[in-house]
Write a protein that binds this ligand. Sequence first.
Ligand code: ADP
Length: 382
Amino acid sequence: MLSVVSPALAALIGLLVGVFAGYLVAWFVLHRRAEPEEVDAHAERRRILDALRSGGAVIGDIDDILAANEQATDMGLVRGNRVAIPALLDLVREVRRTGETASVNLDQTRPGRGQRAEQRLAVRVLRLQDGSVLVIGDDRGAALRVQASARDFMANATHELKTPVGAITLLAEAVEQAADDPDAVAHFSRKIQSESSRLSQLVTQIVQLSRLQGEPVTSSDEVLVDDVVGLAIDRSRQLAEQRHVSLTRGGEEGLVVRGKREQLVTAVVNLVHNAITYSDEKARVVVTTRTVEEHGDRKVAIAITDNGIGIGPEDTQRIFERFYRVDYARSRQTGGTGLGLSIVAEIVEGHGGEVTVWSKLGSGSTFTIILPAAPDEEEEDG
Ligand code: ADP
């Protein structure tokens, strides 16, 4: 067979085979080099975006999202494969065209997220070397809300403090004027004592609240729930006796959580005091403890139940706000400040837990503190 192929044709075939083989090799080399680069660029973008605290997204030539981090989706900057805010999309196009970096503030209301619905997004948009556009956004709404809440707190605290201070000033003048009347002096003095103890309770609770805010619980001491409940009941016994309210405990024993015992006692005391205070005389207050499973995690529940006056549905939404009181006159008369439940919420949240309330007007209330259970020693070893 070979003999029929002329040397020239053989050379030509050889050349063609050589060129084809060379082409194949070049094709493989090019493709092997190009693919990892593509993958690397994409992975690199993701790595950078994931390392950001801010929301970040890289947008391609046809307004498609080349990469975005979770925060960008949470903030509502991107949805699926598109830029979610029309004004932002316009800015992305402009920056792609002009190459000039731009900044914008976008006020957004996101549905269904309660107080967090208001967002103030500070966004920067810049063109990258490859022509794609980088969007970086921060929700300044959270910082603004903290500032607003601090301002409200200061205004409320000042107002609350002014009331007893004003009363003490007037009462002191009254004492002076009634100097010749011993009964009147005794009467006004008792009032001064009551106002000053209110003032001191307010100051103590304001200080307590501000300390709790500045200091998340880092202690991992084991705390026996029986001790917390026992101490809280001991500290409430006198008030219960004064009001002829029966105070009992029950449920599972031997439960253990982690955190600061004294803080947890304060939280339970505040709830037991409220249960006694907002009940009629001869009411019953029960503290029960039990283990609950939540999404596969073991938790400890401490429930404080009373058969007192109860709370209406609108008020149950607000009672954890600082200084909020359902019945201002009753709360003031019983020495309330409207801070007790905010302190409970701060303590429980600081321990990684939550406090919930069930209540019905005229029937009573149950406040439940739910805390992560301390892991068993065996679990820890494993
Ligand atoms: P206060 O110092 O006024 O008791 P809290 O923050 O402890 O402040 O409670 C806020 C308000 O919630 C109270 O003023 C009261 O109206 C209501 N409240 C709290 N606990 C109970 C309860 N167990 N039963 C009925 N109302 C309650």
